[in-house]
Design a protein around this ligand. Structure first.
Ligand code: ADP
Ligand code: MG
Length: 446
């Protein structure tokens, strides 16, 4: 199928062609007709499959017909969880709208207010916003939604995970009930169905991927590591590989990212950090330089795990595993984009095994263990579960369960079952970790 068959306006087709797109991706093929028909839509597809164009193109097509309502507020509102993503969506709007005359802008956290206030006073076709900052402006009465026609929730799963449920509901409630609502997400699980039910009218549903079907284009493996020095040696090993054109390296903390970027620069690698202590302009510049190839390595915290779209990233390296298993999926989705293949390598330290268990459970696949000769780990891999050594906690016993008598002399199979239960207890703790990670995310919220 070609873009032409999607009945897009010639001006949009020209822009699509100028972008070098030859044919629509699956999600574009399926979603664009539904959106053009005016129906509400909830859609999921693997990251990197072109969801942005799947809503931007039909939204622009709609804007080519004049509004029937008076007023000058935005006719299309796109909500995204992070500033980076908002900027990217806006770039797409500019890219596909280049042969038309649309006015569009961003209202995102971390940026100065006056230009945004000015933007909101002007007639506007499209507005891309992070929920927090948009709410700020709404509370000051600066936003006119009287002629809003389309509301898009992009990366809906993440937006809801980040605690934006109420903001999203309030924003939706401030828009006309007659609007068309579109929801795009990496998954249609978790909190997504409930919000879809509340905000959408009989939505069409397109589901092109589930967690474990994703990322066929990414080779994934893990290395068991003894300690930090071992991590550095393995990293150096991979950096010597010519197949590594550009890499995104994830660390647990902002300080860790700074430190590692500095260490890599000192060794002669063109590297830069990317994290939440940098202001929006610094972050934007860093991403731009990476895109242009000025850096080979970007050392980032999870702020870069979502949305970031740099096609030449051949490797994602988890120097530290993410706190929340879900973030693993988003991190590795930064490579293997738009038909390319990518490599995702995770370095698993002695403390990290419970996190790896969480990731393997979520993705439904056991990640390949790899060994580099000369850089082998010195101890065998801990058994699945790792409850006792991993966190020093005893397994909880279910209320009413009999105390175990033969503790310490258990049959191997029974031990495994216990370990499994222990790691399920660990699942509850993950809830707390997730909440903390969310709090840690606050500086990034719009
Ligand atoms: P998602 O939102 O699904 O993660 P994006 O919209 O960010 O994906 O698109 C990922 C990449 O694929 C972008 O670089 C985009 O320009 C490119 N892309 C999108 N649609 C097409 C297409 N039809 N043909 C080629 N490349 C495309
Ligand atoms: Mg996207």
């Amino acid at each position: 199928m070609s873009f032409k068959e999607l009945n897009l306006n010639p001006k949009l087709l020209r822009a699509v062609e100028a972008s070098g797109f030859v044919k629509p991706t699956d999600i574009q093929r399926d979603a664009i007709p539904v959106v053009l028909a005016g129906r509400d839509l909830m859609a999921s597809a693997q990251t990197g499959t072109g969801k942005t164009a799947a809503f931007v193109l039909p939204a622009l097509q709609r804007l080519l017909s004049p509004s029937s309502a008076r007023g000058k507020g935005p006719r299309v509102l796109v909500l995204t969880p992070t500033r980076e993503l908002a900027t990217q969506v806006n770039d797409n709007i500019r890219q596909f709208g280049r042969f038309c005359q649309f006015t569009a802008g961003n209202v995102i956290g971390g940026m100065a207010y006056p230009p945004q206030i000015k933007l909101l006073k002007q007639p506007l076709d499209l507005l891309v916003a992070t929920p927090g900052r948009l709410m700020d402006h709404m509370e000051q009465g600066r936003v006119d939604f009287s002629r809003l026609e389309i509301l898009v929730l992009d990366e809906a799963d993440r937006m809801l995970d980040m605690g934006f449920i109420n903001a999203v509901k309030q924003i939706a409630a401030a828009t006309p009930a007659s609007r068309q609502t579109l929801l795009f997400s990496a998954t249609l699980e978790g909190k997504v169905p409930a919000i879809a039910k509340q905000l959408m009218k009989n939505p069409a549903r397109i589901q092109l991927a589930t967690n474990h079907e994703r990322h066929a284009s990414i080779r994934q493996h893990v290395h068991q590591v003894d300690n930090a020095a071992h991590k550095h040696r393995l990293l150096s090993h991979y950096l010597k590989d010519d197949a590594l054109t550009q890499a995104l390296i994830f660390t647990k903390t902002k300080r860790g990212a700074d430190k590692l970027a500095k260490a890599l620069s000192a060794k002669g690698h063109a590297s830069a950090p990317l994290h939440g202590n940098m202001n929006q302009n610094q972050r934007k510049r860093t991403v731009e330089h990476m895109r242009r190839g000025r850096f080979r390595l970007l050392v980032a915290t999870d702020v870069a795990a979502r949305g970031l779209d740099i096609r030449s990233i051949s490797h994602v390296i988890n120097f530290d595993l993410p706190m929340v298993a879900e973030d693993y999926i988003h991190r590795i989705g930064r490579t293997g984009r738009a038909g390319a293949t990518g490599t995702a390598i995770s370095l698993v330290g002695p403390e990290d095994w419970p996190k790896l268990v969480g990731i393997e459970r979520l993705t439904g696949q056991k990640l390949k263990r790899e060994i580099v000769s000369g850089l082998e780990p010195t101890t065998p891999e801990p058994r699945a579960g790792y409850g006792r050594n991993g966190n020093g906690m005893k397994p909880k016993r279910r209320a009413g369960a009999k105390p175990r008598r033969n503790n310490g002399r258990r049959a191997a199979s029974k031990g495994r079952r216990d370990d499994y239960r222990r790691s399920r207890d660990g699942g509850h703790r993950d809830g707390k970790v997730a909440a903390n990670a969310q709090r840690g995310f606050q500086p990034w919220l719009g």
